[in-house]
Design a protein around this ligand. Sequence first.
Ligand SMILES: [Zn+2]
Length: 197
Amino acid sequence: MQESRNAGCFPAQIKLAFQGWHESAFSKSSGLRLIFEFRDPIPAVRGDQMTNSGAMIVICPSCSTANRVPKDKLLAGGKCGRCGSLLFLKQPLVLTAANFGAHATKSDIPLLVDFWATWCGPCQQMAPAFTAAAGQLEPRVRLGMLDTEADQAVAARYGIRSIPTLILFSKGREVARQSGAMSATAIVTWVRQALPA
Ligand SMILES: [Zn+2]
């Protein structure tokens, strides 16, 4: 048994793994069983991520990993393949210099950013409206808030002169900008007008 395992396992192991065979099919056969007991499991059901047709890149709100998600599953509450977080939380995420680029440029989901600051009264007043807008716009659009005090470099890059300012990005490109507090309805209407269907 020892000899047959050493002599024959390697090619058989590779071939069977690619054919998707499972240990149970061989549990009663002598040498092959040992081979499969020592193997790592065949990569688990990553079929969704491998299906390119109609898939979109969605950045995880928690760990910023790029996930490939079939379009028809966007509404079904997909989870991040790395950390397990829900890909959409129905609320704005906290943007920083560290995750801004991933969400603004690497995602297939347009990004609406609220440039704000803690000392800004109108910003505070608009915050509930922005959260309500997230509930209506996700997963069509990702919403995030960037603290212009904490991340001044990002705010400077986009020439933010007054807050709150909303900027809508699509694949890294600014497609719309609006300054001043808005209601949830106004935010949703404005975004839907700005995005091509
Ligand atoms: Zn994640």
